[in-house]
Design a protein around this ligand. Sequence first.
Ligand SMILES: Nc1ncnc2c1ncn2[C@@H]1O[C@H](COP(=O)(O)OP(=O)(O)OP(=O)(O)O)[C@@H](O)[C@H]1O
Ligand SMILES: [Mg+2]
Length: 300
Amino acid sequence: MITGTTGSGKTRTASTIANRVTSELNTRVVILDWHSEYSYLLDRYKLVDPYSNPLQLFTGDPNDISVISSVMELTPPQEYLLEKILRKVNLDKLRSLDLFLDYIENYSEESNWMKETKLALHRKLSLLIRGKYYLLFKLQDPELYQTIITKISEDKPSIIDLGKILDINVRKLYAGFFLKRIVDTFISAKMPLVIIVEEAQNYLSKTQAIKPICDMLREVRKFNIGLIIISQSISQLVEDVAVNTNTKIIHSLKSKQDLEIVEKALYLDYDVLTSLPYIEPGEAIYSTPTIKKPVLIKIE
Ligand SMILES: Nc1ncnc2c1ncn2[C@@H]1O[C@H](COP(=O)(O)OP(=O)(O)OP(=O)(O)O)[C@@H](O)[C@H]1O
Ligand SMILES: [Mg+2]
């Protein structure tokens, strides 16, 4: 976990880690670059354009619906209807997302409530084919798991250029699915990977967490997947983040709520805790299980 107030050095710290991990540890690194800023910070990188790398929406995994439902804020009836439609429809025959939306629109409803639910569901999902966005997702992709590995460079960090997706909900959905797909792929290929999740409040906020991504925090470590969770404010994130991250890099923090969580999670000495609001950009408290006590560090 990397946290700290705005401008405290989180992104620069993560880019330093990304560099070191690819060059010295021979491990692949993927950066979910929320604001499209890492290409300015890294000398060597591979840029991945979301619009040339569509993601499969439905793989038969029930978690797919859970991702869509939390990002698009589906109501329980809308989620239920989506599940029901997915059970009936033959996705192989439909091929494209707009045909799937037509299918939803023409789905024969059995009751009045269903009609309204259906229209609302259709309206919400229509965002995914507006303008250029139809390039971001596809219904079927039998080669998905093979192709996704080839997108990730072996010897330099791969930057997923999320900032290109202007609508925040569409960006969240693409990023959420990317994270899910890449973790599943690398686990089944038994390959190690480090993933940098910038602006993690978009995936893991208390008010709108994507459940399959919360679950990942607990499970990925045993599969050699490293997640680097970055956020300005840990008090806004689900508790799993503070609890399930082994190593913590805490840059300067000013908010009382955030300082309280750090105090509880790390048992910091009083003088270290009270200095946290005043440390310089790039300075941080570093805590990891292999050292006894958190130490003050300065990132290069
Ligand atoms: N290790 C460092 N050494 C010297 N200066 C640094 C260091 N890290 C960050 N800075 C300075 O602080 C500025 C902000 O850093 P950075 O963008 O990494 O912060 P951030 O915490 O990611 O901010 P935000 O919350 O806005 O994303 C940088 O432009 C740089 O000038
Ligand atoms: Mg940043």
